[in-house]
Design a protein around this ligand. Structure first.
Ligand code: PLP
Length: 468
């Protein structure tokens, strides 16, 4: 399809609104040298352009979206209504605090609920995304060791199944990253952990359930080993929906957590929209939290209170589903994942064949050996059935991985249809593997060059090149 800059004609536009009647002022030196290059298109052209873009986009409102390690697919409209109330949208971060008491109450209540769900004692809503929450939590660990005079504790242990942001955040926070191997069951290898901890251990970063969708039953042992070595335990709670209301990181021996409100607590996730990655901690770390009026505070990690309207959505979600709804959502997430896993396991070998949490990882290694059809081919084939592909090639410890997370809100019929689609792809791979390398057929872009798209993205319209 054409870009909006390629549509329209010079001078075309919509001027029925009339000229602006607010007097202009000259700002010395700051005026742009040439007029802004905006597309000159009619109202209908703009409207059709964006409607077409919307049709070419696949979202949760279009069809099944089983993207693993991603969780949030349930964004009820009532939360959007709450987040659009003028009392929330028309506040200014610099207005007198006592004129925004309602907004402060929203934050206070949400922090309280998130503390209760995670088993933490205090929470900051400042961090704007998951990785930002990780970075903040790691700064708490750093500040704590510094305050205690533990100058040699500069290593963070990270299991090899971890989300890529974990080692990245640890490194950004100035730590050295030590990778801990997983055992053949996909769990932390206790002997490897025991061998890795020592005087230089600042802490461990872990998620449980881990990124292969398994709940590590040795969790108390793991956190004990780290504590006994003098380190702190960090819980990556980006995807909490398998355990929320059922098990709490705070009870598993963790000292710091982050959550992804844009995954687990009902904010649309994707397109780089505003997110929120609250950082929570136990009492002894509370003075270090950002935004605290304490000498120990690490300072602000973001302006003001964070992405406030994301907090409004999370509170609306929690108040709507209520105390019983939280564990209920977790149980359905786990049930749905296991339902699909069992219905697929005979054709698609599971990386770890046991009861999973909210997601499972299949390995298409055997299918690829037998037919040449890869995890990428299978994912592309799903697009022609109106299904968003699962997460591909993650976690890195599983070859030809497809990571499926159905989420709690999908019906049994939807899960059955997705199972049929995947079984059909397996059959097609055996009948006519060549055809699968050519899919999808129904999408506007078929197979982008993924390496160039990631390494050399062209996201700016090059006016000079067009003018020649
Ligand atoms: C998504 C995710 C993150 C990072 O969250 P962002 O908001 O994308 O920065 C961290 N850990 C896990 C396990 C995740 O799934």
């Amino acid at each position: 399809m054409k870009l909006i800059f390629e549509k329209g004609r010079p001078g075309r536009g919509t001027d029925y609104l009339g000229p602006c009647d607010v007097p202009g002022i000259e700002i010395g030196g700051a005026k742009r040298e040439r007029p802004l290059r905006l597309p000159e298109v009619s109202e209908s052209e703009v409207d059709r352009h964006y409607s077409l873009l919307a049709r070419h986009t696949h979202g949760v409102n279009d069809g099944f979206y089983p993207l693993g390690s991603c969780t949030m697919k349930y964004n009820p409209a009532v939360n959007e209504y709450a987040a659009s109330l003028p009392g929330f949208t028309q506040v200014h971060p610099l207005q007198e605090a006592d004129t925004a008491a309602g907004c402060r109450e929203v934050c206070r209540r949400l922090e309280g609920m998130l503390c209760e769900i995670t088993g933490m004692d205090d929470m900051s809503l400042q961090p704007a995304a998951g990785a930002h929450g990780e970075f903040t939590g790691l700064l708490l660990i750093k500040a704590y060791h510094r305050a205690m005079g533990h100058t040699g504790r500069n290593k963070i242990l990270v299991p090899d199944s971890a989300h890529g942001t974990n080692p990245a955040s640890a490194s950004m926070a100035g730590f050295e990253v030590v990778s801990i191997a997983s055992d053949e069951n996909g769990f932390v290898d206790l002997a490897a952990l025991q061998a890795a901890v020592g005087e230089d251990t600042a802490g461990l970063m872990l998620t449980n359930p881990n990124t292969v969708g398994l709940f590590d039953p040795q969790i108390l042992e793991i956190t004990r080993i780290v504590h006994e070595a003098g380190g702190l335990n960090y819980y990556d709670g980006a995807n909490l929906n398998a355990i929320m209301g059922i098990a709490r990181p705070g009870d598993m021996g963790f000292d710091v957590v982050h959550l992804n409100l844009h995954k687990t607590f009902s904010t649309p996730h994707g397109g780089g929209g505003p997110g929120s990655g609250p950082s929570g901690c136990k009492h002894f770390l509370s003075p270090f939290l950002p935004g605290k009026d304490t000498p120990e505070s690490i300072g602000n990690v973001r302006s003001f209170g964070g992405n406030f309207l994301v907090a409004v959505r999370a509170l609306a979600y929690l108040m709507t589903i209520g105390r019983e709804g939280v564990p209920d959502a977790a149980k359905h997430a786990v049930l749905n994942a296991n339902y699909m896993r069992v219905k697929l396991a005979d054709l698609f070998p599971m990386a770890y064949d046991r009861i999973c949490m909210h997601e499972f990882v299949m390995s298409l290694e055997k299918l690829k050996e037998e037919t040449g059809v890869s995890a990428l081919d299978a994912a592309k084939a799903m697009l022609d059935h109106g299904i968003h592909p699962p997460t591909m090639y993650f976690p890195l410890i599983v070859h030809e991985a497809l990571m499926v997370e159905p989420t709690e809100t999908e019906t049994r019929e939807t899960l059955d249809e997705a199972v049929e689609v995947l079984r059909g792809i397996w059959q097609a791979a055996h009948d006519d593997p060549e055809r699968l390398h050519l899919l999808p057929r129904t999408t506007p872009v078929r197979r982008p060059d993924e390496v160039s798209a990631a390494r050399n993205p062209r996201i700016r319209y090059d006016f000079e090149a067009v003018r020649g």
